[in-house]
Design a protein around this ligand. Structure first.
Ligand code: ADE
Length: 244
């Protein structure tokens, strides 16, 4: 997968070099390109924001640098397509994810959908957001998805993009060593809509606390049943909405 990120804070994405995502990059499963939006400004102060029409607090990101950044992304996608085997099918419209507290709620199924894309781009806004015409214009060439991480407000799209990238990249085949572990975790298809059961490791007794006997029994059927019951109890307690 090719992953392009446009931001005014490229340093936010340094952690992508770590852990499983870093390994996916070095294994050639993921090609990450982080772009500084200010590279598409033309004034001495490298200005990316201005006051909102209609008044109000805060600043709005100017459309011009975004337009030029996205033009360059599209040109680069076209160049890579031209280099690719001419027998290959025409590529789908590239997906452009715009993190926003006003977006559709991000979910595991969205992560799974994005994980099979050839290319993904993230447009990370700051301040009060990006001039609306950017999304309008970009919808002509990109499959634009405005996506929210949850019902709270972050300072910008960068942290939301990092979280989404981690959720997406770990679903790319080959990124996680044991793909079975993906099936059982909370919010995955295999979890049947329940949160994950609690897990334990050695020692069996720690600071006076014992691991539940059933997990030491070696009885596979009883272990399964115990885990299902625990999943249901935890879901009822913390996320009753999931049981609907
Ligand atoms: N930008 C600011 N807040 C956000 C949120 N909750 N989700 C996605 N992007 C954001």
């Amino acid at each position: 997968m090719r992953l392009d990120i446009v931001t005014i804070f490229p340093d936010y994405f340094a952690p992508l070099q770590l852990s499983l995502i870093g390994k996916a990059i070095s294994d050639g499963l993921l090609d990450v390109r982080v772009h500084d939006l200010r590279d598409w400004t033309h004034d001495r102060h490298r200005t990316v924001d201005d006051t909102p029409y209609g008044g109000g607090a805060g600043m709005v990101m100017k459309p011009e640098p975004w337009g030029e950044a996205l033009d360059e992304l599209l040109a680069s996608y076209r160049a890579s397509e031209a280099d690719a085997d001419s027998q290959s099918l025409p590529a789908a419209r590239p997906i452009l994810i715009v993190p926003s507290p006003a977006g559709h709620l991000f979910s595991q199924s969205m992560a799974a959908e994005f994980a099979v894309a050839q290319t993904l781009a993230f447009a990370c806004g700051r301040y009060e957001g990006i001039d609306r015409r950017v999304v309008e214009w970009a919808s002509g060439s990109f499959d634009v998805r405005e996506v929210s991480l949850g019902d709270y407000v972050l300072n910008g799209g960068e942290v939301a993009a990092l979280a989404m990238i981690e959720a997406i990249v770990r679903l790319i085949p080959g990124v996680i060593g044991n793909p079975e572990s993906l099936l059982e975790e909370s919010h995955s298809v295999g979890s049947q809509g329940l949160l994950e059961y609690p897990v334990y490791t050695k020692p069996a007794l720690w600071r006076g606390l014992r691991v539940p006997d059933v997990l030491l029994s070696g009885h596979h059927g009883r272990v399964e049943q115990w885990r299902r019951e625990r999943s249901r109890m935890i879901t009822e307690d913390r996320r009753p909405d999931l049981l609907q």
